[in-house]
Ligand binder design. Structure first.
Ligand SMILES: [Zn+2]
Length: 513
């Protein structure tokens, strides 16, 4: 697909060149963008305004089902004629023609403010306070998914539309969403083919006849989701929503809390889906890492990835690892998950990585991650809500000190009731970040995205153009050719243009002076 700015590329080159090199013009303004940021960083209101408009390259750790606000889930349940259970505070999966005891039609919820508020609280982290029977942020957070799970499938397109529109308003260029289309059938296939110990080759062979159909069903479910989202967003019409302009790719999301044969089948089908469909750019493995099954089988799962890397080379992995803390699991369970994800499974990105300092020999692990450019997806709000880890107790500063690349992400912005701007605000306020630090975080999102193509930057160094684009604008022809060849570089180029426009605008904005 041709990128929209291609027809005006020469002008774009000039625009970027001026943004990068015309420093005297910027200095003539009352304050530079970095000075504006320093001016407002201790004013939460203006800092929010500033960071809302600030171009944020990518959100690479975003579970689509968790990205949705409870209000939307309740609205869709009402439209579908479903019931809600007042006792269990959840959406039920049956039509509400004859409500049972303690059930009311979702369509009636909006008429009862107390009920509506109690349901929104139950379906999200809003107003969560530990109480008898609901004492843990960790448990409340994960319980929300079962409370709205009844309508996930039917509204996946509505969900995609909501996530894309929010990203656009948040000035996010690219979303890498975790989705599990057709996962029920894949898990079912796994249960039909018991895995004996770690004989993955036998399991692979047994599943092989079923994989093409499972992949086809996953792709068809993704087609339906995208078609529904395009309808909702009115893409391609004059009424197109801003979300139509957000680039989206998917990570095939597998569940780690099931028996080994069901986990293996998901991974096997996931690798096949990534190979078959370019919309899927990698795999992830999710659900609470501290779950007893997930803990017991963790190493087995890592070896499953290792085996499948040999069968189907080149599939990229972003793995949840180290979303653990002291007390949640025995201390022995904190010793090696991140290292195994990197060294055994071959993950090129780590989700969370919170317990890194508690791993065996963390110094060498951090050095290895820095050397191999293994990026950490940092989810500050989620880590606070689920693990109670925040501020100086979070390894954000440790990763920075070790030179491990990081980007900010939302994890479950609907459940957390936030967005990527809030993650930037939180990082800026907590870790005394400079404007240059924030730009580095934004650029890292695109640099380590799995979207195909060579990077605009050489050696992962933002600002250091690849040779085809180094001599701007004189060699624009070579750079144009390069950009045509790389979707990733086009997204990065677009982000630099957005930085140019943003930095020009904020220096002239009176409210920031
Ligand atoms: Zn996650």
């Amino acid at each position: 697909m041709r990128h929209p700015f291609f027809p005006v590329l020469p002008a774009v080159f000039l625009g970027l060149t001026s943004a990068l090199t015309m420093i005297p013009a910027v200095q003539a303004a009352p304050l530079s963008a970095a000075q504006v940021y320093d001016h407002v960083r201790n004013d939460p209101v203006r800092l929010n305004m500033f960071l809302r408009a600030f171009p944020k390259g990518a959100d690479l750790h975003n579970h689509l089902v968790g990205a949705i606000y409870a209000e939307s889930m309740l609205d869709w349940a009402a439209r579908d004629g479903l019931c809600v259970s007042l006792k269990e505070k959840r959406i039920l999966d049956h039509a509400c023609t004859h409500p049972g005891e303690g059930e009311i039609p979702a369509a009636d919820v909006a008429r009862h403010a107390d009920t509506e508020n109690a349901l929104i609280d139950a379906l999200s982290m809003r107003d969560f306070v530990p109480a008898p029977g609901d004492a843990s942020g960790h448990d409340h957070f994960f319980a929300t998914f079962a409370r709205f799970g009844a309508i996930d499938d039917a509204h996946s397109g509505d969900m995609l539309a909501e996530a894309r529109d929010r990203a656009a308003r948040d000035h996010v260029t690219y979303l890498e969403l975790m989705i599990s289309p057709g996962i029920g059938g894949v898990i079912g296939a796994g249960f039909h083919h018991p895995l004996k110990d770690d004989d993955f080759a036998a399991a692979h062979q047994a599943l092989a006849p079923e994989i093409p159909t499972l992949v086809q069903k996953s792709r068809a479910a993704t087609d339906r989701m995208e078609a529904q989202a395009r309808d909702v967003l009115k893409c391609g019409t004059p009424q197109a929503h801003p979300g139509c302009a957000v680039t989206v790719r998917y990570l095939f999301q597998t569940l780690r809390t099931l028996p080994p044969q069901a986990v293996y089948a998901q991974l096997d089908a996931g690798y096949a889906t990534v190979k078959a469909d370019p919309r899927f750019v990698g795999l992830n493995i999710v659900a609470p890492e501290d779950d007893p099954t997930a803990m017991r089988d963790y190493d087995l799962h890592m070896w499953m990835f290792h085996f499948l890397n040999g069968v189907t080379p080149g599939v990229k992995l972003s793995l949840h690892a180290g979303e653990l803390t002291t007390g949640l699991v025995p201390t022995e369970g904190l010793r090696h998950h991140i290292r195994a994800a990197v060294e055994v499974a071959g993950a090129s990105r780590i989700g969370h990585g919170v317990d890194v300092a508690l791993e065996d020999d963390p110094t060498s692990l951090l050095a290895e991650m820095a050397r191999r450019h293994v990026m950490v997806e940092v989810n500050l709000t989620s880590n606070d809500e689920i693990l109670g880890i925040k501020g100086a107790a979070h390894p954000f500063a440790l990763y920075r000190r070790a030179g491990v690349p990081m980007a900010l992400s939302t994890d479950d912005e609907g459940v957390s009731r936030g967005d990527l701007t809030q993650e930037y605000v939180r990082a800026a306020q907590t870790y005394a970040l400079s404007y240059a630090d924030l730009k580095a975080l934004s650029r890292a999102g695109l640099e380590y995205a799995f979207v195909p193509g060579e990077s605009l930057w050489s050696d992962h160094q933002p600002g250091q153009f690849v040779s085809a684009c180094r001599a701007l604008p004189a060699t624009s022809a070579s750079c144009t050719t390069f950009l045509k060849s790389s979707e990733k570089a086009r997204l990065q180029w677009g982000l630099e243009e957005q930085f140019g426009a943003f930095e020009s605008a904020v220096t002239h904005e009176g409210l920031y002076q």
